[in-house]
Design a protein around this ligand. Sequence first.
Ligand code: B12
Ligand code: SF4
Length: 481
Amino acid sequence: MQRARAVYEAGSLLKILFATPSLSMGKRYGTLAGAGSSVPTLGILQLSAVTRQHGFETFLLDAAALNMEQAALLARLAEIGPDVLGLSATTLSITHAAAIAQAAKQFMPGLKVIVGGPHISAVPVETMERFEAFDVAVVGEGEETILELLTVLSGAKPLSAVAGIVYRDASGVRMNQRRPFLTVLDILPRPAWDMLEGFPYRFSPPVFKTRRLPAASLVTSRGCPNKCIFCDRSVFGASCHMFSAGYVVDMMVELYDKFGVREFCFEDDTFITFQTRLLEICQRLIDLKLDISWSCLGRINQVNEENVLMMKRAGCWQISFGVESGSGEILEKIQKKVTLQQIRNALQLSREAGLLNKGFFIVGHPGETKETLQLTYDFIMDSPLDDISVTMLTPFPGTELHARAAEFGTLDPDWEKMNLLNTVFVPYGLTESDLLQAQKKMIRDFYLRPHIIGNYVKRALRNPAMINSLLRGFRSFVRSI
Ligand code: B12
Ligand code: SF4
């Protein structure tokens, strides 16, 4: 950051608007649109805080989270009149990002468009070649790169000198070397929640992950050391860097005091991986006696009695586990590096500590058969689970599975379909209909059990403010099955 500060001081200041492309709930969640969430996009919240801190006039428009139509986004863009438009996109939204960039350039010919996020980090060159409306792409972590880039765009240095970008010159698309990850995240300002219109009341986190409102999602660590072959880790890779316990808890206190947030959803891939930090966060929360509840993702082989008990005492109510499959062979094939026995133990420990368990499952794995689908079904029905999510295996570009897809099945490589719900990958020996039917059966038979319905009724009675979103979710669930 020091390095970036020195660079930026050499240039004149540009005006930047960070945005996400408009993306309908239907595109994102298909028939489950009613249960879908609209959660602020943390990447651009973080970047906005950084550019603002360094004196750049900064605007933020999270069109995806606000369910804003493209026309409304473009109208707002014209009003703001930035020099630079910074778009954040996933694979699902990259085509929409390109459409916005192209439309914007028609009425703002001098506008520079920078794109960042998971998709461009996975396939930077191909994407830049496909979409000419993007001027520069930022690969990986964006905080240092955006500061340096804004300076360069004012003419201070050539683009060839900026690490972590892909750009165009007379000879075509050029890719510079990647920028090293930040070593200390605590130097970053907190996400610019205050720039987010209507936060937190205007946003609705996933109903299955929220116990009360208002709620906020947080990502407090970056990178994952594991290598599941279907997972896109192109932004932060295997690096494991994190905000300190003190930083995390101060951020929660700010959200609690200033914005009234009472529920936190930790979306970190590896929230419980850093055990010392986890226990320190819990201890600080216990000491502060805040009236909050929270949930997080957990890796199976990192659950132990000490941490789940501490988590419960500190206000945690749910852990979501990436179980993926009920077949040991499939778990090996996808390199999950956990056994079914470890999964059962973790779910049991968490249940005994009084936490609710959510399991993420995927259908359509490489090597999937009707028998392995049945094993997953049996696992779902027999395990101490309180919630599940069953998605379609989606080999995102940049993943090992994308490169090896033809070994295992047929892939529809259409980026616009990659929302985890469309069947873009069908393993040899199965049909799309086999996968859809298996998915429906798992969801239907799991949820239509009296104790699961009873839990939801209790949840609604305990938090009447959640009734509307629970009903919306229930209606979508019924439609989808
Ligand atoms: C929280 C989360 C969500 C939340 C919030 C979405 C969000 N974009 O913040 C919700 C639940 C809404 C969500 C939805 C979806 N998600 Co999601 N999500 C995540 C998760 C767990 C964390 C994202 C995050 O906040 N990271 C922390 C921030 C700081 O990092 P970042 O966003 O990557 O931003 C940094 C850089 O990318 C870069 N950068 C990003 N944007 C820009 C823009 C510019 C201009 C610049 C310069 C730099 C830059 O700088 C940032 C700071 O360093 C990631 C996994 C992960 N660990 O990253 C998956 C992930 C991003 N999601 C994924 C998917 C598939 C989806 C959905 C399609 C699933 C679905 N149907 O629900 C939707 C798509 C939504 C959309 N708008 O396109 C995939 C994307 C894969 C891909 N190649 O597209 C990921 C990578 C998970 C995975 N491994 O498969 N998601
Ligand atoms: S699926 Fe989870 S554990 Fe596996 S690589 Fe991705 S983030 Fe890591």
